[in-house]
Design a protein around this ligand. Sequence first.
Ligand code: PEP
Ligand code: MN
Length: 311
Amino acid sequence: MIRCEPITKMMTLMNPKWNGQFSCFDLVAKTGEHPQTIVRVGDIEIGGNAFVVMAGPCAVESEDQLLRTAEAVAEAGARILRGGAYKPRSSPYAFQGLGVQGLKILSKARAETGLAVVTEVMSEEDVDVVAEYADIMQVGTRSMQNYALLEALGKCGRPVLLKRGMTATLEELLQSAQVVAMAGNPQIILCERGIRTFETATRNTLDIAAVPVLKTVSHLPVIVDPSHAAGVRSLVPTLSRAAVVVGADGLLVEVHPCPEQALSDGSQSLSFGEFRRMMNDLQPYLDLQYPDRQRNQWPARPQLLAVGGAD
Ligand code: PEP
Ligand code: MN
């Protein structure tokens, strides 16, 4: 059931386009009563006062590939291991993932490194099996409006990482989050991963403004995936730095032992050395961001006076 809240102070600060639409995503909208959600995975807090990095290969390809990557990213400071076992590929001829075997490898890597695991679930039939092995259930860009999947995730008992559809507005992203929340699961992390625009220099266009907009209108944590946004590894460290500076709660980054030989998304995957350097280079930006964050609890966070154009 959709509840209609009275207009709060927050709403009156937003562009009139957004006012009155909060009833469409009221469960995930930021209010004085509900300013912040912290998603907890073991002792990891996403959306609190730490910047959480999730890293690993695009796809789980083998035990050796995943275990080596898990060790390398853990050593560099990542807390969560990513890796697809079920891969939604644009081409039906591309590598589709190892399925349950991939989930088992992820689980072994968790046991060996202590990293938590995030992996994609593509269909509602797979929710139970993925939830058995994963700590966080990833919804990919191509599935953001798969309502049967979203509803099943509402009952899965695991946090959900909801990626923005590549052609979805932020309002549509928040409505999808609302579907998961309405189905019973308030533990949701939003992810900006780039959207499709006329620009062809990058694989997608990272909508960096999405971060402060989402952080203003929603109480959910927001992370950035610079890898799928950029499509090329050389841009990943710069986009990651931008994510820190605009107040993201974390990153989802592709890392591979030998990017040139990756079965998927090698061109945007970082090598171990590149990932380590990126993590080191982020530190001064995190140092600047975090003392500030600890002092500025909501409602003293940045508030947007307008969103969108004046049309
Ligand atoms: C991924 O994270 O590997 C992935 C397929 O991402 P997206 O759904 O954003 O394309
Ligand atoms: Mn990928």
